[in-house]
Design a protein around this ligand. Structure first.
Ligand code: FCB
Length: 449
C-alpha cells in the first residue's frame, strides 16, 4: 500500500475538504437569514442528541478567513462548501434576493480564489427554508420551482467565479432520514412522503442543470450521492434477494434515473400506493446530462432479509470483529474500491469525484495541545491508497474531498461526533490541526508517507 505520494495522482487531481453551511456557519439570525428546517428541528427537545443546534456551530460566518487559511495551509487546491438557501431567500422565494446573503458568499468565494482554492459549491445541503416546509417542503412540487429560482439567482451572482456546481447533497438523506425515519429535519415519518420528496428533489436537480448552464457557460455540474457497497449476510436466496432490494432503494433509486434508466422496476413494483407522482417528462428531466458524479463514501452494509421490517423488508446486520468508527460505521477502504468499480461498470459517468469521505473518533486534546487522532489518520491514508487503486483500474476518479475541514455540527448527533481534520473547541472556537490534518498536509506538500 505504502509509500503513498501526491505524485501518484494526476497533477490536476482535485484535493480538498468538504463542509456545509448549517454545520459550520452559525450566524443563524444575522444579515437577514431566514429560518431553516434545521433551526426548527433542533428547537424540539429530543431531536438532537446533545440538545444543541447549528446556531453558532464553528462561527464560520465570522471566522471564514481563518478557516480558508487553514484549507490553504493544508495544501488543498479545491474547497467544497454549501450555500444556506435561507440566507438568499429568507422565506424560500421572492422577487428580490437578500443582498447581504449574496454578499457573504461572494466574499467567501473571493477568499477561496485569493488562496488558490477552487470553489466547489453545493446548492442544497439540507437547510431548506422553513417557510417552504410550511407549504409541504420537498413533497410539494412548488418547491422544485423555488429551487430552480434560487439556483438561478445564485448561479447568476457567483457564476463568474465558480465553475463547479453540485445541485444536491445526498438526496437519499434528504428523503429518507428527513421524511421516512424522521431523524433529520423536518422529522416526518411517512414512506409515501419520502418517495415524493425524493422524486421532487431529483426533478429539481434536472431542472436546475440547464439554468446553471445558461448562467455559467463553462459550468461543470453534478449531484453528490451517498452510495454504499452491499453484501448479503448469507448465501441464502432470501438474503441475496433482500440485498438486491436494499440496493434498489439505497443506490439504484438514484443512479438509475440520473443515468436515463428510470426508476428500478423491481423496487417500483413493491411500492404500491407509496409510489411517487411522476409527471410527463420528469424522467427525461432527471436524466439531463451532467458533467460528473459526486460520490460520498463512508461505509459498506451487510444486508439480511427481514420480513415486516421497514419498507423493503430488509435489515442491516452488525457483524462482529470488524473495524468501526465511533459512529459504528464499518471502516472499509476496499468497499470504496468495490463501490466505484460498480458505479463505473454499471453507469460510466464521465468523471467521478469523491465529494466526501471521513471518519469520527473520540478525539482528545493532549496536555501538549496536540490531537493525536491516529485512527483517523490511518483511515485517511488507507482510503487514499484505495483511491489510487481505483484510478489505477482506469476508473475516472478526478478528485478527493475529505469530510471535513473542521469538527462541526453533526446533525442529529450534535457536537458529539467529530469528523474534522481540524479540532474545534466549541467553547473558545480555537482551531487545532489534528495529526490526521498534519498527515494530509505532509502528503499534499509532496512528502512520501
Ligand atoms: C454525510 C453528510 C455530511 C456529514 C457526513 C458525516 O452524510 O453529507 O453533511 O454529516 O455525512
Amino acid at each position: 500500500m505504502l509509500p503513498l505520494k501526491r505524485s501518484d495522482f494526476a497533477t490536476d487531481f482535485r484535493w480538498g475538504c468538504s463542509t456545509s453551511s448549517y454545520q459550520i456557519e452559525g450566524g443563524a439570525e444575522l444579515d437577514g437569514r431566514g429560518e431553516s428546517i434545521w433551526d426548527r428541528f433542533c428547537a424540539t427537545r429530543g431531536h438532537i442528541r446533545d440538545g444543541s443546534s447549528g446556531s453558532v456551530a464553528c462561527d464560520h460566518y465570522h471566522r471564514w478567513p481563518q478557516d480558508l487559511d487553514l484549507a490553504r495551509e493544508l495544501g488543498t487546491n479545491a474547497y467544497r462548501f454549501s450555500i444556506a438557501w435561507p440566507r438568499i431567500f429568507p422565506t424560500g422565494r421572492g422577487k428580490v434576493a437578500n443582498q447581504k446573503g449574496l454578499d457573504f458568499y461572494s466574499r467567501l468565494v473571493d477568499g477561496m480564489l485569493e488562496r488558490g482554492l477552487e470553489p466547489w459549491v453545493t446548492l442544497y445541503h439540507w437547510d431548506l427554508p422553513q417557510a417552504l416546509q410550511e407549504q409541504g417542503g420537498w413533497a410539494n412540487r412548488a418547491t422544485v420551482d423555488a429551487f430552480v429560482e434560487y439556483s438561478d439567482v445564485v448561479s447568476r451572482h457567483l457564476g463568474d467565479r465558480i465553475t463547479h456546481w453540485i445541485t444536491h447533497n445526498e438526496p437519499w438523506c434528504t428523503a429518507f432520514h428527513g421524511n421516512y425515519e424522521g431523524v433529520h429535519a423536518p422529522g416526518i415519518k411517512n414512506f409515501k412522503t419520502a418517495l415524493q420528496v425524493c422524486h421532487n428533489v431529483l426533478v429539481s436537480h434536472g431542472q436546475a442543470v440547464p439554468v446553471i448552464r445558461r448562467n455559467v457557460p463553462n459550468a461543470r455540474i453534478g449531484a453528490a450521492l451517498s452510495l454504499h457497497p452491499l453484501k448479503a449476510a448469507s448465501d441464502s436466496a432470501a438474503d441475496v434477494a433482500a440485498t438486491l432490494r436494499h440496493d434498489g432503494l439505497r443506490n439504484r433509486w438514484f443512479l438509475d434515473p440520473l443515468h436515463g434508466r428510470g426508476y428500478p422496476a423491481d423496487i417500483w413494483s413493491l411500492l404500491g400506493e407509496s409510489a411517487p407522482l411522476v409527471q410527463d417528462g420528469d424522467m427525461a428531466t432527471i436524466a439531463t446530462p451532467t458533467d460528473f458524479l459526486g460520490v460520498n463514501y463512508y461505509f459498506p452494509e451487510i444486508v439480511a432479509d427481514a420480513p415486516g421490517h421497514g419498507a423493503m423488508a430488509t435489515r442491516v446486520v452488525e457483524t462482529k470483529n470488524v473495524e468501526r468508527t465511533a459512529f459504528g460505521w464499518e471502516v472499509s477502504p476496499e468497499g470504496m474500491v468495490t463501490l466505484l468499480g460498480r458505479v463505473h461498470r454499471d453507469y460510466q459517468p464521465a468523471e467521478i469525484y469523491l465529494t466526501e469521505n471521513g471518519s469520527t473518533y473520540d478525539d482528545v486534546v493532549g496536555v501538549d495541545g496536540e490531537v493525536d487522532d491516529a485512527q483517523r489518520r490511518s483511515y485517511l491514508v488507507r482510503h487514499l491508497a484505495a483511491a489510487r487503486e481505483i484510478v489505477a483500474q482506469g476508473i475516472p476518479v478526478k478528485g478527493y474531498f475529505a469530510w471535513s475541514l473542521l469538527d462541526n455540527f453533526e446533525w442529529a448527533e450534535g457536537y458529539i461526533r467529530r469528523f474534522g481534520l481540524t479540532h474545534v473547541d466549541f467553547q473558545t472556537q480555537q482551531r487545532r490541526l489534528k495529526a490526521s490534518g498534519k498527515w494530509y498536509r505532509a502528503f499534499l506538500q509532496g512528502e512520501e508517507t
